[in-house]
Ligand binder design. Structure first.
Ligand code: AP5
Ligand code: MG
Length: 214
């Protein structure tokens, strides 16, 4: 099963995909995390992606599409995956459809996690992530047991470079421009379910599980 998580920055795509992956066994594929890992490791891909990621703009399709198609052709995605952060525009959506259809596969569901802009800004300003295991916290809604320290692996938590307020403005603008055309693209295929993402994370996970099972 291939499930796409659509939503603006801070909507909870990563949080929900991680929760569902641990509860369902489906693999969580996140393009943002692939880019950040390559930037940390200073790979060629990381060097190309860095100026885009750190300024809140989309990495060009020539780089992103090939990287994602390569990732989902790995054996752990043979039965599908949860796609978080891809596609980001209709060219990426069309390239994904084409690649899956060539293998006799298709996207099964698209979930749009909807959250208003004020709450998105609040979430991004208070997000702390673990560089060790990737766990994500929020200083008020999902705090770690000890401030600044990961509950799971005890690494020191960090804030993302692109969560600085001036970069958040760009990320929201760039993603808002692309969201509606993507929703139209998948609504034409009757694949979109909309979820109210302003509720507690557990309630949203239950709603997503029902959608995926249905
Ligand atoms: P990416 O890493 O995907 O960033 P994003 O889309 O901006 O989304 P976020 O990760 O910021 O938000 P999220 O929805 O995952 O929220 P989270 O669960 O963390 O991409 C980064 C960059 O990489 C892009 O800007 C671009 O440059 C590049 N890139 C990636 N993919 C690309 C592509 N396909 N094409 C081109 N470029 C690409 O939650 C946020 C916070 O809220 C956390 O603190 C969390 O604890 C809290 N929270 C979550 N749920 C709840 C809840 N229900 N209630 C209260 N708090 C909550
Ligand atoms: Mg994320």
């Amino acid at each position: 099963m291939f499930v796409i998580f659509l939503g603006l920055p801070g909507a909870g795509k990563g949080t929900q995909a991680a929760r569902l992956a641990s509860q369902t066994g489906l693999v969580h594929v996140t393009t943002g995390e692939i880019f950040r890992e390559n930037i940390r490791n200073e790979t060629d891909l990381g060097k190309k992606a860095k100026p885009f990621v750190e300024s809140g703009r989309l990495v060009p399709d020539e780089i992103t599409i090939g990287m994602l198609l390569d990732r989902i052709s790995q054996p752990d995605c043979a039965d599908g995956c949860l796609l978080d952060g891809f596609p980001r525009n209709t060219s990426q959506a069309a390239a994904l459809d084409e690649a899956l259809s060539a293998q006799g596969r298709a996207i099964d569901k698209v979930v749009y996690i909807k959250v208003d802009e004020e709450e998105l800004v609040r979430r991004l300003a208070g997000r702390w992530s673990c560089p060790g295991c990737g766990a994500v916290y929020h200083e008020t809604s999902e705090p770690p047991k000890e401030a600044g320290i990961c509950d799971s692996c005890s690494s020191k938590l960090r804030q993302r470079e692109d969560d600085r307020p001036e970069i958040v403005v760009t990320r929201l603008k760039v993603n808002m421009e692309q969201l509606q055309p993507m929703l139209d693209f998948y609504r034409a295929q009757n694949k979109v379910s909309e979820v109210d993402g302003a509720r507690d994370a557990e309630v949203i996970t239950d709603a997503l599980k029902e959608i995926i099972a249905g």
